[in-house]
Design a protein around this ligand. Structure first.
Ligand code: SAH
Ligand code: SF4
Length: 354
C-alpha cells in the first residue's frame, strides 16, 4: 500500500487553513476541522459531522487522515502501563506507550523506525535504522493516546520523546510535531510538559540553543562520565565526543536558562559505583542539572544486569550529598510487557507472543 502524499496530521493549523483555501473552501472551517482532529480524535473525515459534506469530501479526496492502526496492545500486570505497537503504511511498526504513574498521564512517543545510534543496551539500537517518522506519524501517536484517554474523560498532559529513535536525528519533523501538539486549540499540551531525550547529537543541541523554540525540557543520555567508557556503550560518542557534548549542554543552558536532565542507565558493575557517581558529579558540577537514573531493562542483545535498588540509592546519595545534584530513579514498571525502548517491536518480529 502506498501513502497518499498529504497526511492531515502533517499540517499546522495555519497550513490546514491554507489547504482549505487551496481546495476552494472557506478557511473559517479550519477551527472546526482542527477540533475534530485533536479534541474528538475522529478516525475518518466522514465523522466530522458538523463540517459540511462537501468540505469533508474535498478533504478526503486530497488528504489522508493518518490514524495508525494498533497491531498489538498490552497492559502491564500492575495496570500502570499500556503499550501499543502501531502499524505504518509501509508495514513498519513503532511503539507508543501510555504511562500512568506518579499521578501523571504520559505518552512515550517514537521519532524513528529503529535507530542509527547503536547504543549497545538498547533494543531499538540493536535493530538498526530503517527510516525517519514523518510529522504526521509522530503527531498520530499523541492523538492515539489522547483518543484512549478521552474515552475515560481524561486528557493527555505529558509527552516524552523517549520511544524508538533519536529525535534530534529527525530534527525538523520532531519540532513541527511539537508545534502541532502544543497548539492551544488542539491537543493543547503545555511545552514544559514535553521532554525530548537525545543521545547527545551536538549539532541538534546547539541548534536548539540558537533557535527560539517552545520551552520543552531537554534530556541528554550520558550513561558514562569519561569519553572511553561512554564510547564503549554509546557509539554516537565517537562522532560527538563527551567534551563537545558537555560544551553544547553548557551553551544550551546558558542561552535558554534551562536546566538539562541527564539520563544514566544503571548497569550493574559497569557504571553504578559511588566512584562513577563522583565522576558524574564532577562533570555536572557547575551546570544546572538533574540526573535521571534508569535501571537497565535487560534486552536480548546485551548481557548486562540492572543495578539493585540499594546501589542506586548510594549513587543518589553521592550526587546529592557531595555535589548537591538532585536525581530520580525511574520505576521499572511495565517491564513484564517489555516496555523498554524498542523491546515490544523486537518481540513481535521474533514471534515471542507478547
Ligand atoms: N534516542 C533517545 C531517546 C530514546 S531512548 C536517547 O537515547 O536519549 C530513551 C532513554 O532510554 C535513553 O536514556 C536510553 O539510553 C534509555 N534506554 C534505552 N534502552 C534502555 C534499556 N534497555 N534499559 C534502560 N534504559 C534504556
Ligand atoms: Fe537510539 Fe536512544 Fe536507543 Fe541509543 S538509546 S540506540 S539513541 S533509541
Amino acid at each position: 500500500m502506498t501513502a497518499k502524499p498529504l497526511n492531515i496530521y502533517d499540517l499546522t493549523r495555519p497550513e490546514l487553513s491554507d489547504l482549505l483555501v487551496s481546495l476552494g473552501v472557506n478557511p473559517a472551517h479550519t477551527g472546526r476541522v482542527w477540533r475534530y482532529l485533536y479534541w474528538e480524535c475522529v478516525q475518518q473525515f466522514s465523522a466530522m459531522e458538523a463540517v459540511p459534506a462537501r468540505v469533508r469530501a474535498a478533504l478526503a479526496s486530497h488528504a489522508t487522515l493518518g490514524v495508525l492502526p494498533t497491531t498489538l496492545e498490552t497492559d502491564s500486570s500492575d495496570g500502570y502501563t499500556r503499550k501499543y505497537l502501531l502499524g505504518l503504511h509501509d508495514d513498519e511498526r513503532i511503539e507508543t506507550v501510555l504511562m500512568r504513574f506518579t499521578g501523571r498521564v504520559t505518552a512515550c512517543i517514537s521519532s524513528q523506525v529503529g535507530c542509527a545510534m547503536g547504543c549497545v543496551f538498547c533494543a531499538t539500537g540493536q535493530m538498526g535504522y530503517t527510516r525517519h517518522l514523518t510529522v504526521g506519524e509522530i503527531v498520530a501517536q499523541a492523538v492515539h493516546v489522547q483518543r484512549t484517554l478521552r474515552a475515560e474523560n481524561h486528557r493527555l498532559r505529558n509527552i516524552v520523546l523517549m520511544g524508538m529513535g533519536e529525535p534530534l536525528h529527525n530534527f525538523d519533523a520532531v519540532m513541527k510535531a511539537i508545534d502541532i501538539c502544543t497548539d492551544g486549540t488542539g491537543l493543547g499540551l503545555a511545552a514544559d510538559r514535553i521532554t525530548l531525550s537525545t543521545v547527545g547529537v551536538v549539532p541538534g543541541i546547539l541548534r536548539l540553543a540558537r533557535e527560539q523554540r517552545k520551552a520543552f525540557h531537554l534530556a541528554v543520555s550520558l550513561h558514562a562520565a569519561t569519553q572511553a567508557e561512554r564510547a564503549a556503550i554509546v557509539p554516537a560518542a565517537r562522532k560527538w565526543p563527551l567534551d563537545e557534548l558537555m560544551a553544547a549542554c553548557r551553551t544550551y543552558s546558558e542561552t535558554t536558562g534551562r536546566r538539562i536532565f541527564y539520563e544514566w542507565t544503571l548497569i550493574e558493575g559497569k557504571n553504578d559505583s559511588p566512584e562513577h557517581a563522583r565522576a558524574v558529579g564532577r562533570l555536572l558540577d557547575d551546570l544546572p542539572a538533574q540526573v535521571n537514573l534508569i535501571p537497565l531493562n535487560p534486552t536480548q542483545g546485551y548481557d548486562g544486569t540492572p543495578t539493585r535498588s540499594e546501589a542506586a540509592r548510594k549513587f543518589q546519595d553521592v550526587l546529592i550529598h557531595e555535589f548537591g545534584i538532585p536525581s530520580t530513579v525511574r520505576q521499572r514498571r511495565g517491564i513484564d510487557i517489555a516496555a523498554g525502548c524498542g523491546q515490544l517491536a523486537v518481540a513481535e518480529k521474533q514471534g515471542l507472543g507478547f
